[in-house]
Design a protein around this ligand. Structure first.
Ligand code: C2O
Ligand code: CU
Length: 501
């Protein structure tokens, strides 16, 4: 049975039970007033919203992605995986704010796929979520995504099909700001990833094992389950349960630490580093030995500059930082938070300096450490003050019986959609009732953390913590909302923000 059929049946069966459940639904923030039908992905409202984004002299940026089976060299270690061509990460896509992106996807995989444009406030029918916004792109089939990218920032793209993100299927999408004052000499893109595909297993097999071991041991609650043979408890003082999977490799720009990429510059240069965590089950703690970093953007949007030694980046989060380069060769370390392992890149401004070792642990890793929830919004990104029209609670839970992750006690597609109307100011209250962190992601919108926090589309909710975010319901359609631990999402921790007429 497909998800769609199952949901239709579910909605059909609600009728009889509704008299009993209205109170319960209200407790989850459901409006009990009458609501209209769902605003569909192919509706007039979606086309109208897109039309307002389109300038008459709009530039068109075209690209082609060919997801396929590929053999990739991770730096002395070859793996067979699924990738967008010959490299991991896939091709860098780049456009200016306001451009029209036209990306044709030719699916050469032996499976259905899709491409989601993570963080972009785009037209709903191009959001790339099979079962919600489009049909899957079948093996051997093609699909062209065409949408305006309205807001500058650091984004990425990946499939929204099963656990395909944990293969090599991801790439960075940078939307440049024509108004950007600059103030830096160079730019580096740094993609972090946890890697297991082609090392004797696949992400699909990993998920099966998690489900099997969880069924016996109640694993997944605080990262106690996990893979057979796992010894580490995967706990982090900052994040609690820090993951379910022990990965053999942690990558920076597609390379294992034993054979790192080199990022070159000159002493005294100011470099903008765009960090993207494309991992599936790993938060990374990043630090550059001998340097401090000034965080300038979170998930594409400006924050008040914050100086730090280290930064925690959850799955799906992006941060831009500025560093002023010292003289020498320095380890840029992405330590897998709460796990044993790290990715590495070498920052080199002096040809003669000795390269840092693969296992380098610069003191900055344990200096001042910031998370996205510590940041303050930058003035241009502030959400205008307004009263909240509707509040939805999202209780993040996990079941002891198997590897099951829930929102408001249900697993997708049985989760209740979060209903909103266009024009509303919406508050989401993420309440984590598990002993593990969850990076919660909302499609099609950038929310504001309450009390002046950062604008973001993905936010880490720590164990037993609550995080409140507000957004303006200005992008009609049906929007996936889920944990960006891709195994949690696949095991049920997903719902939709559902615009209603
Ligand atoms: Cu990058 Cu639905 O997510
Ligand atoms: Cu999660």
């Amino acid at each position: 049975m497909t998800n769609m059929t199952r949901r239709t049946l579910l909605i059909g069966s609600l009728g009889a039970a509704s008299a009993l459940t209205v109170g319960g639904l209200a407790a989850y923030g459901w409006s009990t007033s009458a609501v209209g039908p769902a605003v569909g992905s192919a509706s007039e409202a979606v086309r109208t919203a897109e039309a307002t984004r389109r300038a008459t002299d709009q530039r068109v940026v075209t690209a082609r992605l060919t997801p396929r089976v590929s053999t990739i060299d991770l730096g002395g270690q070859s793996v067979q995986t699924w990738a967008y061509g010959e490299s991991v990460p896939g091709p860098l896509l780049r456009a200016r704010a306001g451009d029209l992106l036209r990306v044709s996807v030719e699916n050469a995989l032996p499976a259905e796929t899709s491409v989601h444009w993570h963080g972009i406030a785009l037209r709903n029918d191009m959001d790339g979520v099979p079962g919600i916004t489009q049909s899957p792109i079948g093996a051997g089939a093609a699909f062209t995504y065409e949408f305006t990218a309205p807001d500058p920032g650091t984004y990425f793209y990946h499939p929204h099909s099963g656990v395909q993100l944990d293969r090599g299927l991801h790439g960075v999408l940078v939307i440049d700001d024509p108004q950007e004052p600059g103030g830096y000499d160079d730019e580096w893109i740094v993609v972090l990833d946890d890697w297991i595909d082609g090392t004797g297993t696949t992400p699909d097999e990993v998920l099966k094992k998690l489900q099997a071991s969880g069924a016996q041991s109640g694993g997944g609650m605080g990262g106690m389950g996990g893979m057979g043979g796992m010894e580490a408890s995967m706990q982090s003082p900052l994040l609690g349960g820090a993951g379910d999977i022990v990965y053999p490799h942690y990558l920076v720009n597609g390379r294992i630490a034993a054979n790192p990429v080199t990022l070159s510059g000159k002493p005294g240069q100011r470099v903008r580093v765009r960090f993207v965590n494309a991992g599936s089950d790993t938060a990374f703690r990043v630090a550059l030995g001998g340097h401090q970093m000034t965080i300038t953007h979170s998930d594409g949007y400006p924050v008040q500059p914050a100086v730090t030694d280290a930064l925690i980046i959850g799955m799906g989060e992006r941060f831009d930082v500025i560093v002023t380069l010292a003289d020498g060769a320095f380890p840029l370390v992405a330590s897998a938070e709460g796990k044993n392992g790290q990715g590495l890149a070498v920052v080199r401004t002096s040809p003669g300096a000795a390269a840092p070792a693969a296992g380098s642990t610069p003191a900055e890793l344990n200096g001042r450490v910031l998370l996205g929830t510590d940041l303050v919004v930058g003035a241009p990104a502030r959400l205008p003050d307004r009263a909240v029209d509707t509040t939805h609670d999202l209780v993040l839970g996990g079941s002891m019986a198997g590897y099951q992750w829930t929102l408001n006690g249900k697993r997708f597609p049985d989760t209740a959609p979060l209903e909103v109307r266009q024009g509303q100011r919406v508050r989401l209250r993420f309440q984590n009732r598990t002993m593990m962190f969850h990076p919660m992601h909302v499609h099609g919108h950038t929310f504001a953390l309450t009390a002046g926090g950062a604008r973001k589309d993905t936010v880490i909710v720590r164990p037993m913590q609550q995080v409140e975010v507000d957004f303006q319901a200005d992008n009609p359609g049906q929007w996936a909302t889920h944990c960006h631990n891709i195994y949690h999402a696949e095991a049920g921790m997903m719902t939709t923000i559902s615009y209603r007429a």
